[in-house]
Design a protein around this ligand. Structure first.
Ligand SMILES: Cc1cc2nc3c(=O)[nH]c(=O)nc-3n(C[C@H](O)[C@H](O)[C@H](O)COP(=O)(O)OP(=O)(O)OC[C@H]3O[C@@H](n4cnc5c(N)ncnc54)[C@H](O)[C@@H]3O)c2cc1C
Length: 402
């Protein structure tokens, strides 16, 4: 495991820390109280400065203008960015765009790269990933109703999706649709197809209200109808029937990105918890920090955050060395473990703040609402625990399949 990081990575981290703490944190109160689109002018001018500082798109390889970091190195950057809800967006490495860029870099044709990837890398457009359907269990991605039928040189897509994050304002969607319903292997029936959002038949029905908030633009989760949505067959990513394999490939590094972002959130929550405990008086001269329960929360959080980071970095370096397929159980392990730690640390930090913790005077309540989803998206806890247990039990001669 390459930890502590190389000097180049330390330099990037230090520049990033300075920028985020001096500029991005100051925009958070506005972020917490206004629709996302109202912040865009300020965010765009900050993005210009990020580019000038060489901090733009830190996940990209050198040939696409990035710093060429390994996944374990980018993980440390992702943690730093995670300390503010604006971090990943400012550097253009936010989900779902980061995963879509990775897919297009690995599987896009030259034309797809020109049309979709390069504008995405430049931050000129946004994208979304449209797989989950309200009528089917999203945790079983091989089961879906959306179809893409060949007609002349085109695919005609019909279906119904929801939780397509960031669809509002996106210029294209990567849509998972069944192209080969007769394939004997159910994991070879779907494909991923690029659909410009201005295609006739692509219709956002609503932004689903999540934890009391509909959100807007990048911070939204759309329900979408695809009705005779016609795109050229050359818009397919990879080959017909590869949709599931590409989705799995996208999710491996994607889960590392999420886990490290969550560790960044934990660190910020830890910082807020300790600084509040160190200044809030329960009575004249009696600090909240003097209570043993609070000290236990601080100690437990410290241990759990440090353990999470080491587990994620170990998984990231395994992916760097052997690829995501070789780290499947490790990825599942960190996905449910770190999501659980995130929730514990946020909850303790809110409890330490008392009523203030529930207000929007800190980022804590935003994260508490927003990140409950961490135990559900990219696979619910229960599915990941099954993957880990199945692998462990195999060594004892038991084969439990999903
Ligand atoms: C904030 C957020 C953003 C999202 N963004 C996107 C996006 O951009 N694009 C997209 O396509 N999708 C997105 N999703 C959807 C997400 O991928 C699905 O919610 C997820 O795959 C779970 O599917 P489901 O909600 O249909 O739950 P279901 O599959 O119906 O499962 C319901 C519950 O059943 C339990 N369960 C499921 N399977 C098992 C099992 N094998 N063993 C034991 N228990 C089990 C779990 O507790 C689970 O929570 C997003 C979801 C959220 C919450």
């Amino acid at each position: 495991m390459n930890y502590p990081p190389r000097v180049e990575v330390r330099d990037l981290l230090s520049k990033l820390q300075t920028f985020l703490r001096e500029e991005a944190y100051a925009l958070e109160p506005q972020f917490l109280h206004s629709p996302f689109r109202e912040l865009l002018p300020q965010l765009n001018s900050m993005r210009v400065r990020i580019k000038a500082l060489g901090l733009w798109a830190p996940h990209l390889p050198v040939e696409y203008g990035g710093p060429g970091l390994t996944l374990s190195e980018f993980a440390l950057i992702s943690e730093e960015l995670g300390r503010t809800p604006l971090g990943h967006y400012l550097c253009n490495c936010q989900a779902p765009d980061i995963g879509n860029m990775e897919l297009l870099m690995a599987h896009g044709s030259d034309e797809q790269k020109q049309t979709y990837l390069l504008p995405l890398i430049a931050g000129e457009v946004r994208s979304c990933f449209s797989m989950t359907e309200p009528e089917h269990a999203g945790s079983n991605p091989a089961w879906m109703s959306t179809t893409a039928t060949r007609d002349g040189d085109d695919y005609v897509i019909n279906g119904h999706k929801w939780f397509t994050s960031s669809a509002e304002g996106a210029s294209f969607a990567i849509v998972m649709a069944v192209t080969n319903p007769e394939a004997a292997n159910r994991y070879k029936r779907a494909s991923q197809i690029l659909v410009p959002t201005n295609t006739p038949g692509f219709r956002i029905l609503r932004n689903t209200s999540v934890m009391g908030h509909e959100g807007s633009d990048y911070a939204s989760h759309a329900e979408i109808s695809y009705e005779n949505c016609r795109v050229p067959q050359r818009n397919i990513l990879g080959k017909e029937g590869d949709g599931f394999a590409l989705a799995q490939e996208r999710l491996g590094p994607g889960r590392i990105h999420h886990c490290m972002r969550w560790i960044g959130i934990c660190e910020r929550a830890f910082d807020l918890m300790c600084s509040y405990a160190a200044q809030r008086e329960l009575a004249p001269g009696v600090l909240l920090a003097s209570r043993q329960t609070v000290q236990a929360w601080i100690a437990e959080s410290r241990a759990e955050i440090d353990a999470s980071r080491l587990m994620v970095l170990q998984t990231a370096s395994r992916i760097d060395e052997k690829g995501a397929a070789a780290a499947r159980e490790d990825i599942s392990l960190i996905k449910f473990f770190v999501a659980g730690i995130l929730q514990k640390v946020l909850d303790r930090a809110i409890q330490v703040h008392g009523a203030r913790g529930l207000t929007d005077e800190t980022v804590l309540s935003y994260w508490y609402r927003h990140e409950r989803a961490a135990r559900i998206y990219d696979g619910p806890d229960e599915v990941h625990k099954t993957v880990v247990a199945r692998s462990a039990l195999k060594k004892y001669g038991v084969d439990v399949s999903l």
